[in-house]
Write a protein that binds this ligand. Structure first.
Ligand code: SF4
Length: 729
């Protein structure tokens, strides 16, 4: 029972539940309880301001209405120092706030400051951004479990095990686990080594024995776990990571909560197993709903709070981050199976109530403050934050406080890309001179003809693109597989001694052979052991079929050409030393796909799986960099014919360079050989002197110290160039 000395007092209430309303009314009626409403004329007096909607309602309440002051307070009429900052991207806001605290010398008197985080995930960026000079910070809010490194680690482990293929882990799921900071902390060297190994060796699937050989940490994380044991595995992981010496206090706190969640899952499952997909969903759902409550010394230091924690607290200095629609006010969440109309009809709270409540929290926080700094994200992004919060507009246009508004941006100016030209200084010349020992291949010369600068980047200084695992069989893999299949086919027919004759009987059961050869090529490309069965997935299967089909057609043409003999097959070091000047010779050559002979006809064959054509206009056109249709494949084929002629020096040969190219081979009337100026090139020998002349000119230019490595003038060539960022093209 209330007495004069001990009255019942209700203070700071706003959106009352039905129970609260009834209890308060009873106490007011029967116990003379007093009620203190924290309201302001600014939002109570204006019907359209949602923040005052509850007070307007309670003022008309038969019992509670009497507890209101006749006129609400009017703190809002007293102007405040209001600064509004628009910052691109959410992580920029804590940085700017920290800067403001330093610039405005606001670090002393920390207790009078509150930093409100409608987006709790900004807590860590904020704590890392706050200046070191701050003596103490008190965090009173829930930190979402989903924003912790433990969540990402466990989620990655779910993915890793969910996407296994027959006990093998998929590299796309392995890499995120290896990249995780906790794994880095546990085994820094082995993590780097493994990532390197996977990309360099194009490893798509890796199994448990592989990881077991990589040390205890890897064996622990990358082990095969059944669905029944998965929860225990996760608990082991949390325990293992939490007890490592690299873990800070905060990490250990996170670990505690995750241990609790996983144990809860274990209890829920009650020794039953559950599909990992479902289990992961359940885990995410539980983790999403959980927050780690931070609590500290509330009367000391700068206060960092969530929105709800600001209830009934007043601060002189208020800093609010993330004032964007969807964060404050929060986006309307249904959270109930009852539709809005039913909730409304039965007087249950709807999102309108939620909006009114959040609006009240905002205005109440500001009403007794003196300095207000409000930050919002100017770049609403995929993470769901919307445009500038409506509260900001209301404050700017309705509160009549003087304010400043600043928008941070990085100035973007269209910079005219400067031309790049690399002069041939002594160092560059030195590098160029390596070509008297290192082969200058036709594809390198093609690069030079395309763009001198590209040649410099790619071939002289070896600027490479970052390596990535190629799992989907792209055009390049298609080419490699096809080359290998053709090589295996003929290499298997090579006699230990004598002539490498190819006869009709060698083509028996070609289809069966091709099946095995494609497997072999695939094994070689993806470095799979012979013991391992090859499994083709989706796109790989299609590419393998294409390889088989193309190889089959090529072999049919070869069958029609028998008997012939193989002279060279995927021969490396097929080169010739060419004296460019009296003092300097160049080593010209490369790897030739195939040279075969039938009587005096020598075919110098280049397999092409791209869009290359077998027609070209003239020898000169092959060297003309201005020619938009310059035939690079024909240049390569003629180049090898020229090398062949220099090496063999045989009289009476009919040299036929040509392409076996995807574009032509499927045509009904496919005819091997190049076509120059609409005439089939039956023998290239008479044209080789002209070819050599142009080649000499090209090489002279390449080694000429006065000719810099400059950019191509045809910007179309830059389209697929890996260096276009450097060139600004
Ligand atoms: S982007 Fe263009 S100019 Fe630059 S290296 Fe590549 S091809 Fe040459």
């Amino acid at each position: 029972k209330a007495t004069i000395q001990h009255p019942f007092i209700f203070a700071g209430f706003n959106a009352l539940t039905t129970a609260e309303e009834k209890i308060m009314s009873w106490f007011v009626e029967h116990q003379q309880a007093r009620v203190f409403w924290d309201e302001d004329e600014f939002y109570v007096g204006a019907e359209h301001r949602e923040a005052g909607s509850f007070f307007r309602l309670y003022r008309k309440h038969p019992v509670l209405g009497k507890t209101f002051q006749p006129e609400p307070a009017s703190h809002f009429s007293k102007p405040k120092q209001l600064h509004i900052y628009g910052v691109p991207q959410k992580a920029g806001q804590p940085k700017l706030l920290a800067q403001q605290l330093i610039d405005q010398k606001l670090l002393a008197d920390g207790e009078s400051h509150v930093i409100v985080l409608p987006d709790e995930s900004l807590l860590m960026p904020l704590l890392y951004s706050l200046p070191v000079g701050i003596q103490s910070i008190n965090v009173t809010m829930g930190y979402p479990l989903m924003s912790t490194p433990y969540f990402s680690l466990i989620d990655f482990l779910f993915d890793l095990h969910r996407n296994k293929r027959k006990d093998e882990f998929y590299y796309r799921n392995i890499l995120p686990v290896l990249n995780h900071p906790y794994l880095h902390a546990l085994a820094p060297n082995i993590v780097v080594e493994l990532k390197d190994f996977i990309t360099k060796n194009n490893q798509v699937y890796l199994d448990e024995p592989f990881f077991q050989a990589k040390g205890e940490v890897m064996a622990f994380f990358f082990r095969n776990v059944s669905e029944e044991d998965f929860i225990s595995y996760l608990l082991d992981v949390v325990n293992r990571v939490a007890t490592s010496s690299a873990q800070g206090l905060m990490d250990k706190e996170f670990a505690f909560y995750f241990h609790r969640i996983i144990t809860r899952l274990q209890t829920l499952l009650n020794n039953e197993s559950m599909e990992l997909v479902m289990l992961q969903k359940l885990f995410r759902q539980i983790a999403r709903a959980e927050k780690i409550p931070f609590s500290g010394e509330p009367l000391k230091g700068i206060q960092v709070m969530g929105v709800l924690e600001t209830r009934n607290l007043d601060f002189d200095h208020v800093h609010v981050l993330s004032l964007n629609e969807g964060l404050w006010p929060a986006s309307p969440r249904q959270g109930s199976y009852l539709p809005h109309s039913i909730r409304k009809a039965y007087g249950l709270p709807t999102y309108v109530h939620q909006d009114a409540m959040y609006a009240y929290l905002f205005y109440r926080l500001l009403q007794r403050s003196e300095h207000v700094n409000l930050y919002y994200n100017t770049e609403p992004d995929v993470l769901g934050t919307g445009e500038m919060s409506r509260y900001l507009y209301q404050i700017m246009y309705e509160a009549r406080w003087p304010y400043t508004k600043k928008i941070l941006y990085s100035s973007v100016s269209l910079r005219q890309a400067k031309p790049i030209s690399i002069p041939k200084d002594a160092k560059v010349i030195e590098r160029l001179r390596q070509y008297n020992k290192k082969e200058l291949t036709p594809s390198t010369l093609n690069t030079y003809l395309e763009c001198r600068l590209r040649f410099y980047f790619k071939n002289l200084i070896g600027l490479r693109e970052a390596e990535e695992v190629e799992e989907a069989a792209d055009a390049r893999i298609f080419g490699n597989l096809f080359h290998d299949v053709m090589q295996f086919f003929y290499a298997d027919l090579k006699p230990t001694k004598g002539n490498w004759e190819i006869r009709q009987e060698h083509f028996a059961e070609v289809e069966k052979k091709l099946e095995l050869l494609v497997d072999r090529a695939y094994r070689k490309h993806f470095r799979l052991p012979d013991s391992k069965k090859v499994n083709y997935d989706g796109q790989q299967w299609i590419v393998n079929e294409m390889v088989k089909k193309m190889a089959d057609v090529v072999l049919q043409h070869d069958l029609a050409y028998v008997p012939f003999s193989i002279d060279m097959l995927e021969e490396e070091g097929f080169n010739t030393i060419f004296p460019l000047t009296a003092q300097f010779s160049v080593l010209l050559g490369g790897k030739i796909d195939r040279v075969d002979r039938k009587e005096n006809v020598v075919r110098i064959i280049d397999y092409k799986t791209g869009k290359d054509e077998n027609k070209f206009a003239s020898i000169e056109s092959l060297f003309n960099r201005e020619d938009k249709k310059r035939n690079k494949a024909a240049f390569q084929a003629l180049f090898y014919a020229w090398v062949y002629a220099r090496r063999k020096k045989e009289e009476g040969l009919q040299l036929q360079p040509g392409l076996i190219n995807r574009k032509e081979i499927f045509k009904e009337k496919f005819e091997y050989g190049l076509v120059m100026d609409k005439h089939p090139l039956k023998d290239v020998t008479p044209f080789l002197p002209e070819f050599e002349n142009h080649l000499v000119q090209l090489l002279t230019e390449l080694f000429d110290p006065r000719q810099p490595f400059d950019q191509t003038t045809d910007e179309k060539k830059c389209g697929y160039c890996p260096y276009k960022e450097i060139c600004g093209r």
